[in-house]
Write a protein that binds this ligand. Sequence first.
Ligand SMILES: Nc1ncnc2c1ncn2[C@@H]1O[C@H](COP(=O)(O)OP(=O)(O)O)[C@@H](O)[C@H]1O
Ligand SMILES: [Mg+2]
Length: 383
Amino acid sequence: MVAVIDVKDVSKSFKIHHERHQSLKERLLHPRSGSTEDFQALRDVSFTVGQGETVGIVGHNGSGKSTLLKCICGVLKPTSGEIRLRGSLAALLELGAGFQTELSGRENVYLYGSMLGFSRKMVDGIFDAVVDFSEIEQFIDTQVKFYSSGMYVRLAFAVAVNVDPDILVVDEVLAVGDERFQAKCVDRIQRFKEEGRTILFVTHNADQVRALCDRAVVLDSGDMVADGPTQDSLRIFREHMMLDAVVRDAAHLLGTIQIESVTTLEGSFDVKSGAGLHFDVAITAQVAYSGNFVMELFSRTGLLVSRSDAQGSPVNLVPGRNHISVDLAQIPLLDGTYDLNVGVLDHHGNTVIAWSEKAASIQVTYDGREGGLVELGASITQR
Ligand SMILES: Nc1ncnc2c1ncn2[C@@H]1O[C@H](COP(=O)(O)OP(=O)(O)O)[C@@H](O)[C@H]1O
Ligand SMILES: [Mg+2]
């Protein structure tokens, strides 16, 4: 496959200036005070995108998605590394990029077109289609500064998809505007895809990535933590988000749903390797809530031993006390202590609503002779 976007070892750092003095007076007295620090927004990111591929870039806020796209589009210069493109590129970057606010919508269509290598005549040829797609005909001669963000995006998107680019780069744009227009854009991107063009697509909407992308790259605090089939990448993204969401929720705990206790009938979490375990999770809710229940088991070395299906365990909590019953058919673990986390996620399985970290410790005793983490029951014979 021909690589149309080749990102190699790209790093980008920004200089951040810290003001040491607060007041204006102090600033006047010490104009050069404070310190400058390098903030690394991208760290050694490498991937290639082949002709006709639709690749999603996902990551939490501030993970470097926009910075990466700006580097690819040439709006920012990487601090180190290299980016190669093959073919013409049209970009829909974050709001504010591209259009001249003093100019009218019409003038901006021509300006934007010329930036993408379109002559006046060529823009004439697509103008009606652009205005038609944007559905803002009556405002086309209004200065863009009077546009709402939704109108702005409509026009920008309409130009980008009509200038016939080989590569389309879209940053979060589809989050703006009403749902009907969003759906229209998704349709258009789908058609783009069918025409065999290459698309790089940034969003935090996992459903859109799932629907449109063959592959996804995951960024976490400037590091690329995954590049693979959409499903695999989204799972990794969710794992990173989950850690994030737990922290966020702890800070301003909604408080409406809480894990009260995790208990066993016998009163202990001591089990024999190979035996089953049954426990009860008491959850109090102040409101009715439908979400998913999830449990995780970690070894004391910090290894995730198992996480239950976060999307396939629906629970319908009612106000008051709720009981969730968890049955582990058999625990094939060897000797050791394992920490149990339990929580309630939203119905997509990607936002933590309630969480109990180390809700219980499971003590496994094993008297066989296998070593390691799990009993495989290997029988070894010579023939
Ligand atoms: N021009 C800039 N100067 C300083 N820091 C920046 C600049 N642009 C982005 N950043 C920082 O880089 C990080 C990544 O930002 P961004 O690429 O916009 O993330 P995302 O699009 O994934 O939300 C953020 O911490 C952001 O504050
Ligand atoms: Mg962004």
